[in-house]
Design a protein around this ligand. Structure first.
Ligand SMILES: Cc1cc2nc3c(=O)[nH]c(=O)nc-3n(C[C@H](O)[C@H](O)[C@H](O)COP(=O)(O)O)c2cc1C
Length: 179
């Protein structure tokens, strides 16, 4: 049975909704899934899984501090273990999926891509194959202005149930790509 780990950080629930949709999709496809917050995953070895999904919101177009610190600590450990190698050779069977929720009030998706690329680099440095980066437009809870007057228009209620269903289906497709 294929094994997946989902590590996510979420303050107002959007990223958690996406994480749950991914979990459901992977489980539908027969993958065994563990879901953790960064503080619960410090002693978990990513190399024990076929797929590691990591998700976070965009905060001032950066990765929020708890996720940055988590990945930095992990990177130190993997470097000490000799798993960060020149040319970053791929480790067969080790895959990652990146997901970022964002509201894009000022410049749209460009506020989210640095977050996804940052997490992607972590996984590429340790030889994982990054299957995809998903950017999910989400309501800016606590700010009606940023949820209605921003670059992305009226984003209240996002991600919708329909969008979450799509994510679930996409996660099933990711499961089918695992070797
Ligand atoms: C402190 C703070 C800073 C944010 N900065 C940005 C930003 O720079 N760009 C953006 O697109 N969204 C920004 N957002 C919106 C969040 O990324 C978005 O609402 C996200 O889905 C929240 O995820 P969560 O519900 O899982 O915590 C910010 C939200 C907060 C609370």
């Amino acid at each position: 049975m294929k094994k997946a780990l989902i590590v996510y950080w979420s303050k107002t629930g959007n990223t958690e909704k996406v994480a749950l949709a991914i979990k459901e999709g992977l489980e539908n496809a027969g993958v065994q899934v563990q879901m953790k917050k960064p503080e619960e995953a410090e002693n978990i070895d990513f190399f024990d899984y076929n797929l590691v999904c990591v998700g976070a919101p965009s905060y001032s177009w950066h990765l929020p501090e708890p996720m940055t610190n988590f990945l930095k600590k992990k990177f130190v450990v993997y470097r000490q273990q000799g798993k960060v190698k020149p040319s970053a050779p791929k480790v067969p069977g080790k895959n990652a999926l990146i997901f970022v929720t964002y509201s894009g009030p000022h410049t749209g998706i460009d506020e989210a891509t640095p977050v996804g690329k940052d997490m992607r680099q972590f996984f590429e440095h340790i030889g994982f194959t990054v299957i995809d980066e998903w950017y999910i437009l989400s309501e800016f809870h606590g700010s009606v202005e940023n949820s209605t007057k921003g670059r992305m228009g009226d984003i209240r209620g996002k991600p919708t149930a329909e969008e979450l269903l799509r994510i679930k289906k996409d996660a099933e497709d990711v499961a089918a790509q695992l070797v």
